[in-house]
Design a protein around this ligand. Structure first.
Ligand code: LIP
Length: 273
């Protein structure tokens, strides 16, 4: 297996994310027409989602044909034409891509949707980039290299108590899941400063890394939603976990500074049976 340099993976990711963002902007300006739905009638996918994923995967295939990719729209597959087990696992690199995180915002023209791309080496995310397509804000991180936005080092929030915490969250697309999430929110809201529902997990995690919100939690995230933003939050000094000692995942993703994480966890844990 060839030696993989995370900084080279990050450079490739940044280039492809920027190119995808240009295409998404152009398609938004051309008006969003073909909107289909996926898991529920409120879970949209657009031609822009698919075009952006195709552009990034084609760029990965050109640069690193033996890698794997897990994309929101195309699922898990080789980036290139690799088929044999040796080829498929030779590089040890897997990319996690959400071509438009915040698709509903994209459809409505709300300026909070991002391209999110992360690189895993042997199962560990080592590089990630999130780019807000509208504002051009770009968050990056290398494992062990800190988290950055446009050259500024990110350090997260200094808030230590839930009562002073502005907390980001989001909701799934399935009605029953939304009902459960609303019940959690009903009990949590009186205990914190306030909630912000941005509509993009990647941007939520970057906002927490930047201290624009003090913490973020959400149940039901996919790996591509949280891979890049999770590394950025970790490299900004936040703890990114599940509940009860779990790793972050579909059951829960909680991102908070160490001084706030335990108290927020203890509020959330009893609410998630
Ligand atoms: C979105 C997530 C967000 C969640 C939304 C939606 P998508 O991903 O990033 O955190 O609350 O409901 O799932 O569907 O825009 O890629």
């Amino acid at each position: 297996m060839a030696v993989v340099e995370p900084s080279e993976l990050l450079s490739l990711a940044i280039d492809l994310v920027r190119r995808a963002a240009v295409g998404i902007s152009e398609q938004r300006e051309a008006a969003v027409t073909s909107i289909e739905t996926k898991s529920t009638p409120t879970d949209p996918v657009t031609a822009a989602d698919r075009a952006a994923e195709q552009l990034v995967v084609a760029g990965l295939a050109a640069a690193r044909p033996d890698d794997l990719v897990l994309g929101e729209e195309g699922g898990f597959r080789p980036v290139g034409t690799a088929t044999t087990p040796t080829e498929l696992h030779g590089s040890g690199v897997r990319w996690l891509l959400d071509p438009i995180d915040g698709t509903v915002n994209f459809v409505y023209g709300i300026p909070a949707y991002a391209v999110s791309l992360a690189a895993e080496v042997n199962g560990v995310v080592v590089a990630g980039v999130v780019r807000n397509v509208v504002t051009g804000e770009e968050w990056t991180a290398l494992r062990g290299g800190g988290a950055w936005r446009d050259g500024n080092r990110l350090r997260g929030s200094a808030v230590t108590s839930p009562g002073r915490a502005l907390v980001g969250t989001g909701f799934g697309y399935a009605p029953e899941r939304r009902r459960e999430q609303a019940e959690v929110l009903l009990r949590l809201l009186p205990e914190i400063r306030d909630i912000r529902r941005i509509g993009s997990a990647a941007l939520d995690l970057c906002a927490a890394a930047e201290g624009r919100i003090d913490a973020y939690y959400e149940r039901g995230l996919n790996p591509w939603d949280r891979a890049a933003g999770g590394l950025i939050a970790e490299e900004a000094g936040l703890l990114v976990t599940g509940l009860r000692g779990d790793e972050p995942g579909e059951r829960m993703t909680l991102a908070a500074p160490p001084a706030l994480h335990a108290s927020l966890h203890d509020l959330l844990e009893p609410l998630h049976a």
